[in-house]
Ligand binder design. Structure first.
Ligand code: 9MR
Length: 390
């Protein structure tokens, strides 16, 4: 099984080198700070890049990034290179970006990210070949099979030889949010989407390049819900149809509050069902919003965000999740703050509350927050997952 062997070797290597690096760094710190009586336990925050803390456990940490910010903001680019071992292009591989006119393809912006990954030894997660948003005006949803075939061949074909692109979100957000938005009660697919079309999309993808990992990606599946049940049924259908599907992307745009209890039991059962189906869960778009009632200070808010990260990641790591991607690295660029995407009434109707939208590990000045510390600690306390299953 050469596919698995490749991963074993790579994971073994990164784990070893990370352990050595962390070991050396810690020794240095111990020496340096002996007089101050500090211990290594004080050094989970700024000292070690998250990518190193993750690699020490055979895991990957990364963020969604944008090529234009990468080119414009040097401090941002440096931070991504320091912290991330995997990145997702936030928009550069979407249909509207890669095939703006029928049959005319461009990869200029996506390749800025691919080149950056190559330079900094970062994995690239391809997002996405099929979505109902960010599409060019000429494209119907769902697209015809002919359109899908031309698109998938060109886009996946462009990255077939890529040394950094290792995985694709083959389809994104195909499950409706509730039963009123579907005409397919079994799989809950968005109106007009047939399970056979998705099966054929995965088949076409495998015919173009089956060396990458294939994911079905969605949000609102972090618990036992109508939606997560339909998502799991769709994964099962694809498995039973014999198509290549390696993993499930669990987006994890999360809302926590004192009034909203996270369904740990339900989420554990989702992870277990995926494991039973031999479909690997990864976290693809994590960010955390604290909803009303809001605390009375930013400090308290940041601590609530951090505690929520820790609680969520502890659960993920206990279930052997090996990849965590946050949807952005800094609050400066988070989609959550963009007026078009502003979440829920609480924030949309109250511009004063925008400052409470602090969903990511770094703040708007690129300074690490408690959330970063929480992620570092979760990686630090996780048991190793030395084999990254494909
Ligand atoms: O964060 C992305 C934003 O910058 C884009 O304008 C938007 C449309 O392309 O997509 C956002 O990313 C979405 C992701 O692709 C799928 N899950 C939800 C993300 C946030 O809306």
């Amino acid at each position: 099984m050469p596919y698995r062997r490749k991963f074993l070797t790579r994971a073994g290597y990164t784990t070893l080198s990370a352990l050595l690096t962390v070991g050396f760094l810690q020794k240095d710190k111990q020496k340096e700070d002996h007089s101050k009586n500090r211990t290594v336990a004080n050094y989970t925050n700024d000292d070690f890049p998250l990518r190193q803390l993750a690699a020490a456990k055979g895991k990957l940490y990364g963020a969604a990034i944008s090529h234009d910010i990468l080119l414009k903001e040097k401090d941002y680019a440096n931070l991504i290179a320091r912290e991330c071992s995997i990145v997702t292009p936030a928009g550069e591989l979407k249909w509207g970006a890669t095939e703006p006119q029928p049959g005319e393809f461009t990869f200029e912006s996506a390749d800025v990210i691919a080149d950056f990954c190559q330079k900094h030894n970062i994995e690239l997660h391809g997002h996405t070949l099929f979505w109902h948003m960010a599409n060019p005006d000429w494209l119907p949803y769902p697209p015809t099979l002919k359109m899908i075939e031309r698109h998938v061949k060109a886009v996946m074909g462009h990255y077939r030889e890529s040394k950094v692109l290792k995985s694709w979100d083959i389809a994104n957000e195909i499950i409706a949010d509730n039963e009123n938005e579907t005409d397919n009660p079994t799989y809950g697919l968005r109106k007009g989407v047939k399970p056979e079309l998705i099966r054929d999309l995965f088949l076409i993808a495998a015919s173009v390049d089956n060396s990458k990992k294939f994911y079905l990606n969605d949000f609102g599946i972090e618990g036992a819900t109508w939606k997560s049940d339909r998502f799991l049924k769709m994964v099962e259908y694809l498995k039973n149809s014999g198509v290549k599907i390696d993993g499930a992307g669990i987006q994890s745009h999360l809302w926590f509050s004192t009034a909203y209890s996270f369904d740990e039991k339900g989420f554990n059962s989702v992870l277990k069902r995926l494991n039973d189906l031999e479909v690997k869960p990864i976290i693809t778009e994590l960010d955390i919003v604290i909803d009303a009632p809001l605390p009375d200070s930013i400090k308290k808010l940041d601590q609530m965000v951090a505690d929520s990260y820790k609680r969520y990641l502890d659960l993920c790591f206990a279930a052997k999740v090996d990849t965590v991607i946050t949807w952005g690295l800094t609050d400066r660029h988070s989609w959550i703050r963009h007026p078009d995407w502003m979440p829920r009434k609480t924030f949309r109707e109250n511009p004063n509350l925008w400052k409470f939208l602090r969903p990511l590990p770094f703040d708007e000045n690129l300074k690490p927050k408690s959330a970063r510390n929480a992620i570092a600690q979760a990686f630090g306390q996780a048991t190793s997952t030395p084999i990254r299953l494909g």
